[in-house]
Design a protein around this ligand. Sequence first.
Ligand code: URA
Length: 237
Amino acid sequence: MPTAKFPMRLDKFLGHATELSRELARRALRAKRVTVNDEVVKSASLSVTADDTVMLDDERVEIRGPRYFMLHKPAGYVCATTDADCPTVLDLMGFDGAELSIAGRLDKDTTGLVLLSDDGQWIHSIIAPRRQCLKTYVADLDGPIDDAIVQRFSEGLTLRNEVKPTLPATLEPVAGHQVQVSIGEGRYHQVKRMFAACGRHVEKLHRVKVGSITLDTSLAPGEYRLLTPAEIEGAAS
Ligand code: URA
């Protein structure tokens, strides 16, 4: 499966999804052989998302098979398929609510790597608690960490209003009050609550890795791309 980054120019989309070269795709556009969402389109630079309906000579053109995406989530979007009050990551990507599932949610103010797919088994392999899939975050704190906090993370600590301690987590300093933390669970607001249990407030949280998949630094906030076969294979490892 080619690595395709959305939104994408229409000529590039046609190049990925058909046998046409980019030049032949442009000729097909000039010849009015292409429609996008039922409108004839001649512009090669029109921006399309994976959710647009592109037809060539009245045949649907799509990048086939189950779809696996990484999104660089900006702040301000909720990881839900629908929400009455806030824009969702699916709104951002231009998908309808029920089309894709989200592998592990981020808070509205958290940024970074979100994995989505229409392959339910694959999503399950990432989020199933017994897999303890590692998620890595960079957190900006309101103060420094010390050895005692690192130790509490590594031993597992008890969150407010909970009884069962967290699984051992790794915590490393990055620079200043910035740290990197890896956890194998996905409890509600877990990272923020782990720091709160140690007297620290998380000012910013950014997810950089899920399993073996690292956020592609060429993706600007709001951009997304298809995963490569190697990324799909290794996701839950
Ligand atoms: N932990 C949190 O506290 N928030 C997130 O968004 C993800 C993990």
